[in-house]
Write a protein that binds this ligand. Structure first.
Ligand SMILES: Nc1ncnc2c1ncn2[C@@H]1O[C@H](COP(=O)(O)OP(=O)(O)OP(=O)(O)O)[C@@H](O)[C@H]1O
Ligand SMILES: [Mg+2]
Length: 318
């Protein structure tokens, strides 16, 4: 049984100009201890998927539907108060995009990490002991406990934010672009930390990023998102070495590599406006292989036990 199973998830926002189809019929699952990477260009709906699972929605949501099952229980029907008191942060936690820049500037780092424990009734000294243990686990020296955010480097702040997400011992951790605000060398250190946490805490992880090369380090499987829809998914090796969907192929060939003669390709055109997404396959206006059927919605083809792709090119695949 997967720890997280998301079926036909939709999240649409209402705006003055019309409906934004940010998440449009998205399904995926994560097994216990597994890391799933959701990758895609800016604006394709990655954060919208995360906030749908956390049930932290903005006011202008027009459509929020589908099924989110966690550890066997359906979350969408759970009363808001029950979800807040027993699931969010305790079972499913999240590191928000850019969170290290929204630490409370006037509160010492250790207290920010300990706060949820204290709010849930743990005594102050026990909360402090657990926080110090956690700071150590995320690779921070113990004096960080009493420092203010402005006294910490970017990498240290990101470690604090990761510690905050782990303080209630969640089973599933959602990481939304956890390294994109950091230098390349610090990114590598944070990736190593995340791999260690996944291994040692047996954490199940949803890793959201626009950088598939970076995510390949930690992810067991990938789901590739384009314009609010998953267009390909599968185990990491297949997606990285033998991508089947033209968009995934383009995404990978536009990823720069060090020390190679290879010049990165680029994807012509711009991602679609999610207010009026293209009819049929959403990638067809930019696809080099476009042909007649692409004007209708392609089915998702299971190409093997390990790989699925939503593209008419697989029409003759048995
Ligand atoms: N509250 C909102 N109201 C209206 N539109 C929104 C809202 N939040 C996000 N959007 C739009 O929904 C789409 C998906 O946004 P989302 O933030 O989920 O993308 P993303 O993949 O996380 O992007 P990035 O990589 O830049 O973080 C975008 O077109 C965005 O402009
Ligand atoms: Mg985002």
């Amino acid at each position: 049984m997967p720890i997280l199973d998301v079926r036909n998830l939709k999240l649409h926002y209402s705006t003055e100009r019309g409906l934004v189809h940010a998440v449009d019929d998205v399904s995926f699952s994560i097994k216990e201890g597994e890391a799933l990477g959701i990758v895609g260009e800016s604006g394709c709906g990655k954060t919208s998927i995360a906030i749908s699972i956390m049930r932290l929605l903005p006011r202008n949501v027009a459509v929020y539907s589908g099924s989110v099952s966690f550890d066997g229980g359906e979350m969408m029907q759970l009363p808001a108060e029950e979800f807040r008191s027993s699931i969010r942060w305790k079972k499913i936690a999240m590191v928000f995009q850019g969170a290290m820049n929204s630490l409370n500037p006037v509160l010492r780092a250790g207290l920010q990490v300990a706060e949820p424990l204290i709010a849930n009734g743990t005594g102050k000294s026990e909360a402090e002991r657990r926080t110090r243990e956690l700071l150590h686990l995320v690779g921070l020296p113990t004096e960080v406990f009493s420092r203010f955010p402005h006294e910490l480097s970017g990498g240290m702040k990101q470690r604090v934010v990761i510690a905050m997400s782990l303080i209630m011992n969640p089973k599933l951790l959602i990481l939304d672009e956890p390294t994109s605000a950091l230098d390349v060398s610090i990114q590598a250190q944070i990736m190593n930390l995340l791999k260690k946490l996944k291994r040692e805490l047996k954490l199940s992880t949803l890793f959201i990023t626009h950088d598939i090369a970076l995510a390949s380090d930690i992810c067991d499987r990938f789901a590739v998102l384009y314009a609010g829809q998953i267009i390909e998914s599968g185990d990491a090796d297949h997606i990285l070495l033998a991508p089947e969907h033209p968009y995934t192929q383009k995404l990978l060939s536009s990823t720069p590599r060090l020390r190679s003669e290879y010049k990165p390709d680029f994807i012509s055109g711009a991602p679609p406006d999610l207010m009026t997404p293209p009819v049929g396959c959403r990638f067809h206006p930019r696809c080099p292989y476009v042909f007649e059927p692409c004007k209708t919605d392609p089915p998702t083809y299971s190409l093997s036990e390990l790989q699925e792709s939503r593209c008419w090119l697989h029409l003759n695949h048995q």
